[in-house]
Design a protein around this ligand. Structure first.
Ligand SMILES: Cc1cc2nc3c(=O)[nH]c(=O)nc-3n(C[C@H](O)[C@H](O)[C@H](O)COP(=O)(O)O)c2cc1C
Length: 176
């Protein structure tokens, strides 16, 4: 199978990790991929906070106590949006969502497991991350991606569902 299709179909959320460290080279390649996602008017408003220090990973977990997987994660990336331009104001959620997807697919391609932990638009989570990581005004945390070499395997789900596809328009005219 084509590599890109394979990565898209095989990537699964990984929530258990070994203690193998993610090298700086690998992290930079992952972040480079995140910066190659499409953005409205090419605004590239994403900003990334790389968190490796266990005390700081713990801070994320304090904001999101149900995400205990951060205890094991080797690193996390807080994907933020710098919302200044008009395009960024309108599209930052979509732009950063595309970036997160690129980041996770690149991680998968390099053998690194990942899971997306939602932040925006949950006000409590946005406030918690903003305070803990000293984000300036106009910068919003969109999501956290926990990263680590996988210590679990996930089965392939079957998700193709023809009933979710509409051809040409939503409703089909009834043929008499
Ligand atoms: C916006 C968003 C928020 C998510 N938040 C969490 C989360 O807080 N904790 C978690 O364990 N997984 C979280 N996930 C991961 C989803 O649970 C996961 O993607 C989904 O179950 C599909 O599984 P897959 O990623 O293996 O295909 C989130 C995913 C998205 C896109």
């Amino acid at each position: 199978m084509n590599d890109i299709i394979n990565a898209i179909l095989k990537r699964r959320s990984i929530r258990a990790y070994t203690d193998k460290e993610i090298s700086e080279d690998t992290m930079n390649t992952i972040l480079k991929a995140a910066m190659y996602a499409p953005t409205a008017r090419n605004s590239q408003e994403w900003r990334f906070i790389v968190v490796r220090n266990p005390e700081n990973l713990q801070k994320i977990q304090q904001v999101q106590p149900y995400n205990t997987l951060l205890e094991q994660a080797n690193a996390a990336v807080i994907v933020c949006a710098l919302v200044e331009s008009d395009a960024a104001k309108r599209y930052f959620q979509q732009d950063c969502g595309a970036s997160i997807q690129n980041l996770m697919l690149a991680a998968y391609g390099l053998g690194v497991g990942s899971v997306w932990l939602g932040v925006y638009p949950n006000e409590q989570l946005v406030d918690g991350i903003t305070k803990s990581f000293k984000l300036p005004k106009d910068v919003f945390p969109i999501g956290v991606v926990a990263l680590g070499y996988p210590a679990e395997e996930k089965p392939d789900p079957e998700r193709f569902d023809a009933s979710k596809i509409h051809n040409e328009q939503w409703y089909q005219e009834k043929l008499i």
